[in-house]
Design a protein around this ligand. Structure first.
Ligand SMILES: [Zn+2]
Length: 339
């Protein structure tokens, strides 16, 4: 039995085929290396404390008072990417800024290894850069993301994010905004509202209810245990999240990543952060009014292969309902440990 599911906002097509999970394989999987308990810099890592001279000059850092710029004494550092995908010297669609955000001065490899305060600071820094980059009149869209582990596209182990600002709104984002606005016009209500009301009634895919957000496995999950953290109220912009909500958002992120580590043996994963494009016109404001910020955590225990490349549909071998049930139990367990 297989089932085609379509994401109502992004239009993603997913074939849910749980039988395929029992296919034989003789390739080893590549989990992220075991969690390190040692909070020490790695002298060979350009992103660790003490090696600041190996990176570009910082544009933002959360530092101990009095510590020198581009020296030790920081918690989070952001600087331009030495190998940018877009540049401010370019015109047209390739205009933009490409930054790197380093999480923690010690050699940390996943959000699962962080303390709560560092995860919160990471989200705070992302929000700050979103506000700063969006203040540039040429910027139309900013995309923060984290590739964690070799199968997620990371080239260096040290946990780091990338933040890319663009002068155009990418097609996928534009189409999602248009789908939401069209639904609003046609039905008089918000697609996100209707969908989240439906999820609240069904309960089967909800993992956790946080302060200002909901954690769930979307019905059209592209990979096993794909999980979204989404605003539980109409709010297009992550960067407007209040501080107390940011703390609980960090808690949800910690718990989801630890749950996925437990369920899938520490897979590589991508964290993609969606916040609405910059508003430059009344029409633009109407287009993004129905958008909601959301974080997508996409474990990479399975690979994108010929079927996905050939027809653009994903094959997922784990039902999101099963993933959500397991994550829900793990989150309850983590919360009982922390109290
Ligand atoms: Zn490092």
């Amino acid at each position: 039995m297989s089932e085609l599911r379509i994401d109502p906002v992004w239009g993603t097509r997913v074939v849910l085929s749980t039988k395929r999970s029992s296919r034989p394989t003789d390739f080893p999987t590549q989990p992220v290396a075991a969690a390190s308990q040692i909070r020490a810099p790695n002298p060979n890592c350009p992103f660790c404390e003490g090696n600041e001279s190996q990176t570009m000059p910082e544009v933002l850092a959360y530092r101990e008072p009095g510590s020198p710029t581009d020296g030790p004494g920081w918690q989070i550092r952001v600087f331009p990417n030495r190998y940018p995908a877009v540049m401010e010297e370019n015109d047209g669609p390739s205009y933009g800024r490409h930054e790197v955000l380093i999480v923690a001065p010690w050699h940390v490899r996943s959000f699962a290894e962080l303390d709560h305060e560092t995860t919160t600071a990471t989200l705070r820094a992302v929000c700050q850069r979103l506000r700063d980059l969006k203040a540039n009149p040429k910027t139309r869209y900013v995309l923060p993301f984290f590739n964690v582990g070799p199968d997620a596209g990371a080239s260096l182990q040290h946990l780091h994010g990338q933040i890319v600002s663009l002068a155009r709104v990418p097609g996928t984002i534009g189409r999602a905004c248009q789908a939401l606005a069209a639904h609003q016009k046609r039905r008089g209500g918000s697609l996100w509202n209707e969908w989240l009301d439906h999820e609240a009634t069904e309960q089967t895919r909800i993992v956790r209810r946080g302060r200002g957000h909901l954690v769930l496995c979307p019905p059209a999950s592209r990979t096993p245990y794909e999980t979204w953290i989404i605003a539980d109220h109409p709010q297009p912009f992550l960067e407007e999240t209040p501080e107390d909500h940011l703390h609980d958002l960090a808690r949800s992120l910690d718990q989801v990543v630890r749950g996925i580590d437990h369920a899938l043996n520490r897979p590589s994963y991508n964290l993609v952060i969606h916040t609405a494009p910059v508003i430059r016109s009344r029409r633009g404001a109407a287009l993004i009014a129905a958008f909601r910020w959301h974080l997508q955590i996409v474990p990479r225990s399975t690979r994108i292969a010929g079927f996905e490349l050939g027809c653009g549909w994903f094959i997922n071998t784990t039902a999101p309902e099963e993933a959500a049930r397991n994550l829900r139990e793990l989150v309850v367990h983590f919360e009982s440990q922390s109290t």
